[in-house]
Ligand binder design. Structure first.
Ligand code: SF4
Ligand code: SF4
Length: 126
């Protein structure tokens, strides 16, 4: 009985369709839940650096002074930990994949300049 089952498995493996797709030759199946690539609304980001700390692969670098957020695409494993931990909901998992590449891709997003706080005396006069 066991050998019959094994034979069936071998025949299925030999003549069945592969479980994988020939991506990128054939387009990938995209659903609402597909984890494609991480994106940021850099205008909402406060450059706190939490996402960088939470990222298990060190794909994210946050330059607090320069207000720059960057991600090394090939390091990202689409775990979504950064988006879950962001206090401003600035990160979003898009459903489309990063294009295959032979070189490492780093995407950099420049945030707007920090708003200067008005001096206390001036604020009191207003
Ligand atoms: S956790 Fe959110 S707000 Fe903080 S640096 Fe990352 S993207 Fe910006
Ligand atoms: S999805 Fe995961 S691996 Fe990718 S940048 Fe966010 S925390 Fe890092």
């Amino acid at each position: 009985m066991a050998s019959f089952k094994m034979g069936k498995m071998v025949m299925r493996s030999l003549f069945g369709k592969p479980a994988t797709l020939m991506y990128p030759v054939k387009p990938a199946k995209i659903t609402e839940a597909t984890r494609g690539h991480m994106t940021i609304d850099v205008d909402t980001c406060i450059f706190c650096g939490i996402c960088q700390k939470k990222c298990p692969t060190n794909a994210i670098v946050v330059d607090r002074k320069g207000r720059v957020w960057s991600i090394e695409r090939m390091k990202c494993i689409q775990c979504n930990a950064c988006a879950v931990s962001c206090p401003k909901d600035a990160l979003l998992m898009e459903t489309t994949y990063t294009a295959p590449s032979a070189v490492k891709i780093t995407d950099t997003f420049q945030g707007p300049p920090k708003e200067e706080k008005a001096p206390k005396a001036a604020a009191a006069e207003a």
